[in-house]
Ligand binder design. Structure first.
Ligand code: 2BA
Length: 94
C-alpha cells in the first residue's frame, strides 16, 4: 500500500473530491497553506493499493493543472497538485 500526500490548489478541490468519491477512492482533506504563498492550499491524504495508483494519478492529471503566477519576486509556476508517494508499512482500522 502507498500513501499519497497531495498538495492541491484550492480551486480544484471540489471537483477532485467528488470525482474521488464517485471512483470509491478514500481521501482525507486537510486545510494547509504554502510556505511561499501564505494563503491556503489543501493537502489530501490518500491511502491506495498499488494497482489503483494509476487511476488516482489519472484523476489528478485530468482535473488539476499548473499555472504561472506573478509575484513580487517575479513569475513562478505553481503546480495544480504536488504529489508525494510513500510506502505504508502497516494500515489498521480499529
Ligand atoms: P507554496 O509554498 O506557496 O509555493 C508556491 C510556488 O512558489 C511553488 O510552486 C514554487 O513555484 C515557488 N516556490 C515555493 N518555495 C520555493 C523555494 N524555496 N524556492 C523557489 N521557489 C519556490 P510548486 O513548487 O508547484 O508548489 C506548490 C505548493 O506545493 C507549495 O506552495 C507548497 O505548499 C507545496 N510544496 C511544493 N514542494 C514542496 C515540498 N518539497 N515539500 C513540501 N511542500 C511542497
Amino acid at each position: 500500500m502507498k500513501m499519497m500526500i497531495a498538495i492541491v490548489q484550492d480551486k480544484f478541490i471540489d471537483k477532485l473530491m467528488s470525482t474521488f468519491y464517485d471512483a470509491e477512492i478514500y481521501v482525507t482533506k486537510i486545510a494547509s497553506s504554502g510556505g511561499f504563498f501564505k494563503n491556503g492550499n489543501t493537502t489530501l491524504l490518500l491511502g491506495a493499493e498499488e494497482e489503483n495508483l494509476e487511476k488516482v494519478y489519472k484523476i489528478f492529471r485530468e482535473i488539476t493543472e499548473a499555472e504561472e503566477v506573478d509575484t513580487a519576486r517575479g513569475r513562478v509556476q505553481v503546480s495544480g497538485a504536488t504529489i508525494f508517494v510513500v510506502d505504508v508499512e502497516d494500515s489498521l482500522r480499529i
